[in-house]
Design a protein around this ligand. Structure first.
Ligand code: HEM
Length: 527
């Protein structure tokens, strides 16, 4: 096990490593169920042992019988533990050992099939029998389940959730929300002072949290900083309660389960209070909670919906707002291009000689322009998401036995697809670890090289329904930073970073930089 972990840690899923896996010595070493010292012993053992070893290795290397998917050996609880603690290394470490498009392993009583390759990807995202909610519920955790606190929950009804989301996040509503979102950002930024430094993985997440709550709930909650901070704390308690123990032994009455239930209850009660407050208000507002009340939803349904938006939105939008800024700060040419784009729009859509603050001037740029007339920002966000979104999509096969890439997926099996399989694949993206937004330009279009080669917003049966609001939030945060501040990326000592930060691909929750943390040293240049 130790040896396999070392191999795992050193690996990165570039196409070349897959090719390397076909070289005989590497295969022998990787597939060997014994350590190097033990192999030496075996080499000097009797002919009988050598023959037995040869048969054993042959059986491991021989093509699988039709329909069978190789099963990982080892102790299921240890396999499962690594799947939860270092998911990226776990999946790619095992893929490295073979050229197969799949392998199978056990997580307690559950069977999980990991897939890779174009055929598998297409099946994964297009097949009806592979259920989205069931996949994430058990193998991901995090999001609260109201059923756990004896409250009926529509959270598992994705079409219902999407319908509410689309009714709330249309262009008209985003237009109405834009000035308030920019005010929220500005107020937070005023709190940073005129010069200083901050951890983007704290301050930018705080911003995104407030913006997400603003879009999904009501003004009373979004602007009460004290309650908002409490809600945010509960949110992170829940995100972090998805410990291996809590996921593997959900019935176990340990501290993680207790903390999760207490946080779910408290969060539910707080949000419920705001829904009731709005229900009893004399004058309805245009905030999300009021719209949902107007549509006849019960208070429980509204709380479930608000929680759904927060859990679907905060992490992804937060991660990508942070990394877009980190990549821009690390690539001065792109930072200059993106800033020029924002400055040109301010120039075009606002009166630059007016004394209005930057947030007000940015709010005067129509949402249609934010959506459609920012090619540099679009490419930066697209490339940022390609580089950061390398986590694992999950499904559960609920309806019927399936054959995918010649392997049988039984009814009840879980299925895992690591998005790194496309996003960091050097047969699709040249030099995939380098930030290069021009890879999407006409003439190159690397994201069109294979089926579902770009998975940034999902594909097939479950495309992201929050894309528009997420992009708008990232763009306004980045625009406020570019137009309002001089900022540089620095290390803890305030010195320029020695290397461009890389996301920790095992950090499922926050995708913080691997190794040394980074900070932004800033100076406010436009109020
Ligand atoms: C930069 C931010 C975001 C990124 C990169 C992102 C990415 C994705 C991806 C890759 C999927 C597909 C997952 C899968 O197939 O397993 C997805 C689905 C989804 N996303 Fe997002 N997302 C973002 C923000 C948001 C926000 C802000 C919301 C809600 C307000 C949201 C709501 C959803 C929902 C509801 C689905 C499932 C849709 C369905 O099953 O029909 N996302 N997202």
């Amino acid at each position: 096990m130790g040896q396999s972990l070392r191999l795992v840690t050193a690996w990165r899923p570039q196409g070349s490593s897959r090719k390397a896996a076909t070289a005989v010595p590497s295969i022998l070493r990787d597939f060997s169920p014994v350590g190097a010292g033990e192999l030496d012993l075996l080499r000097s053992a009797s002919t009988v042992s050598a023959v037995l070893l040869a048969i054993y290795v042959y059986r491991l290397l021989a093509p699988s019988a039709k329909g069978s998917i190789k099963q990982l050996g080892g102790i299921p609880i240890i396999t499962a533990w690594t799947f939860f603690t270092k998911r990226y290394d776990f999946l790619w470490g095992h893929f490295k050992k073979s050229t197969d498009p799949h392998f199978r392993f056990q997580v307690l009583q559950h069977q999980v099939v990991a897939l890779r390759g174009e055929e598998a990807r297409k099946a994964f995202f297009d097949t009806k029998s592979l259920d989205f909610i069931e996949g994430y519920k058990i193998l991901m955790g995090g999001a609260p389940r109201l059923n756990d606190i004896d409250v009926s929950d529509k959270g598992g009804d994705v079409p219902w959730f999407n319908k509410q989301l689309l009714s709330l996040l249309n262009r008209k509503r985003l237009t109405d929300a834009l000035p308030t979102l920019l005010d929220d950002i500005n107020n937070r930024m005023l709190g940073w002072g005129k010069t200083g430094s901050f951890d983007p993985f704290k301050n930018i997440y705080d911003l995104v949290f407030q913006m997400t709550v603003r879009m999904a709930s009501c003004a009373e909650l979004a602007q009460d900083m004290e309650v908002l901070n409490e809600v945010q704390k509960l949110y992170w308690t829940l995100e972090k309660s998805a410990t291996p123990t809590a996921l593997l032994l959900p019935w176990f009455p340990g501290p993680a389960k207790k903390a999760k239930e207490a946080a779910t209850k408290e969060l539910f009660m707080k949000l419920y209070g705001y829904v009731e407050l709005r229900r009893n208000a004399e004058v309805p507002s245009s905030d999300a909670i009021d719209v949902l009340i107007g549509q006849g939803l019960s208070s429980q349904e509204i709380v479930g919906f608000v929680l759904g938006v927060v859990f679907a939105g905060v992490i992804n939008t937060g991660i990508n707002a942070c990394w877009a800024l980190v990549y821009l700060a690390s690539h001065k040419d792109w930072k200059a291009k993106a800033k020029a784009e924002v400055d040109a729009l301010i120039e075009k859509h606002t009166n630059t000689s007016s004394p209005e603050i930057l947030a007000k001037r940015l709010a005067a740029i129509p949402v249609s322009v934010w959506d459609d007339e920012m090619p540099v920002m679009e490419a930066v966000i697209r490339e940022t998401i390609r580089m950061t979104l390398t986590g694992t999509a999950l499904r559960r096969n609920l309806i019927e036995e399936l054959t995918v890439a010649n392997g049988t997926i039984q009814k009840g099996d879980f299925v895992a697809y690591s998005i790194a399989d496309v996003h960091l694949n050097d047969e699709i993206y040249s030099d995939p670890y380098t930030f290069d937004p021009t890879r999407f330009d006409a003439g190159r279009e690397e994201d069109k090289k294979a089926t579902f080669a770009y998975m940034g917003w999902g594909a097939g049966r479950h495309p992201c329904t929050g894309m528009k609001v997420a992009k708008l939030e990232i763009k306004v945060i980045v625009a406020m930073m570019l137009a309002g501040f001089d900022f540089d990326i620095v290390d803890k000592a305030g010195k320029p970073m020695a290397k461009i930060p890389v996301p920790d691909r095992n950090d499922i929750q926050q995708s913080r930089p691997l190794g040394e943390p980074c900070y932004f040293k800033f100076k406010r240049i436009v109020d």
